[in-house]
Design a protein. Structure first.
Ligand SMILES: Cc1cc2nc3c(=O)[nH]c(=O)nc-3n(C[C@H](O)[C@H](O)[C@H](O)COP(=O)(O)OP(=O)(O)OC[C@H]3O[C@@H](n4cnc5c(N)ncnc54)[C@H](O)[C@@H]3O)c2cc1C
Length: 312
């Protein structure tokens, strides 16, 4: 085996592998793609932003796309707004960072970025499943990393048969969410505050009355359990809620349920996670930074390839 490994097989790991093919992926996933494969409703709210990095990747992989501009609206206490004052923006973010029936938010707001700073989002409309398929490597190692020692440079993973395998490494690239990764480093005293809230995604046939076109709608209303809503193909709408919303509330406030996913962990407060000498972090969850998108991973993966001695 190579002495260079990527932990995880989500979109970040696949992109890194594309530009650094000598690295070996280790992941427990039966099918690659991470959250985007596991959570169909998250996939619906995931966009490939229109940037030079994403365009060049899709072109390189010969994936067809359409450049599209999506409007962003704000349903703010009963009014549909196109622009927000700073105060309104803070209230929308606070609302997103708390469970709907809870009165105060759980942290100070220091990040004023929603999906973009603008009232629209420029995307490359394409099939994300096709992107995952085209990035899927011929093979990868199935296993779950159980512990890492960053001083003696070895890690242990549990393979498909349940056996514990020890490997030495030169360089590790981790896309494992930071809240899972750092407890695996048994010799490292961490000081990160990795606070998160669960998220519920509901696909429903019912259209909220404020939706007028194919756009992203952020919602801030004390009587509604969801904080974001958008059309979902021709068949319905995706509602995003912070926290675990019970069936009764979903039925009462949304109804017409097609499916409910209560799995995803949403970052509550960003952290500044720094690379180690021989371990680098990629992707939103590994870096615990909710602003990271796939264009940042592409940029990093290419810079990493360019750097002569793997020290980026
Ligand atoms: C609501 C929402 C909307 C979003 N919208 C966008 C968007 O529009 N554009 C965008 O670019 N990004 C968006 N994101 C961020 C997006 O989710 C990420 O860019 C991307 O899906 C994260 O992929 P990842 O590979 O970094 O992580 P993941 O998909 O979480 O992959 C982590 C991998 O680590 C593996 N793993 C876990 N534990 C272990 C272990 N012990 N050993 C080995 N492997 C392990 C997992 O099995 C998995 O393969 C959005 C996120 C959310 C929640």
């Amino acid at each position: 085996m190579a002495n260079k490994y990527i932990f995880g097989s989500g979109i970040s790991a696949l992109i890194f592998k594309k530009f650094n093919s000598e690295y070996e992926i280790i992941s427990p996933d039966e099918k690659v793609g991470g959250q985007l494969t596991k959570h169909k409703n998250l996939l619906t709210t995931f966009y490939i932003h229109n940037t030079p990095e994403t365009k060049s990747l899709l072109d390189e992989l010969k994936i067809k796309y359409k450049e599209k501009r999506l409007r962003i609206y704000y349903y703010y206490f009963g009014k549909l707004l196109e622009n927000l004052t700073k105060e309104q923006k803070i209230n929308i973010i606070k609302n997103k960072l708390k469970e709907w029936s809870y009165d105060s938010n759980s942290c100070d707001i220091d990040n004023l970025v929603l999906s973009t700073d603008n009232t629209y989002l420029d995307i490359l409309d394409c099939k994300v499943e096709e992107l995952i398929d085209k990035l899927t490597p011929e093979s990868y190692t199935r296993g779950s990393v159980k512990l890492i020692n960053n001083n003696r440079q070895f890690f242990i993973y549990k393979d498909e048969k349940g056996e514990l395998i020890t490997e030495k490494y030169d360089t590790l690239i981790s896309s494992i969410p930071a809240n899972i990764f750092f407890p695996l480093m048994y010799n490292y005293k961490r000081s990160y505050y990795l606070n998160y809230l669960p998220v519920t995604f509901i696909a429903s046939k019912n259209k909220p009355r404020f939706i007028k076109e194919d756009a992203i709608y952020y919602v801030c209303n004390d009587t509604l359990c969801y904080n974001r809503c958008q059309p979902y193909g021709d068949s319905g709408y995706i509602y995003e809620c912070t926290g675990i919303i019970d069936d009764e509330t979903i039925e009462k406030q949304i109804g017409g349920v097609i499916s409910v996913e209560r799995r995803y962990v949403g970052i509550l407060k960003d952290e500044e996670i720094n690379n180690f000498n021989n371990i680098k972090f990629i992707g939103r969850n590994a870096l615990w930074n909710s602003n990271i998108k796939i264009q940042d991973v592409i940029k990093y993966a290419k810079e990493f390839r360019r750097s002569k001695n793997d020290k980026v």
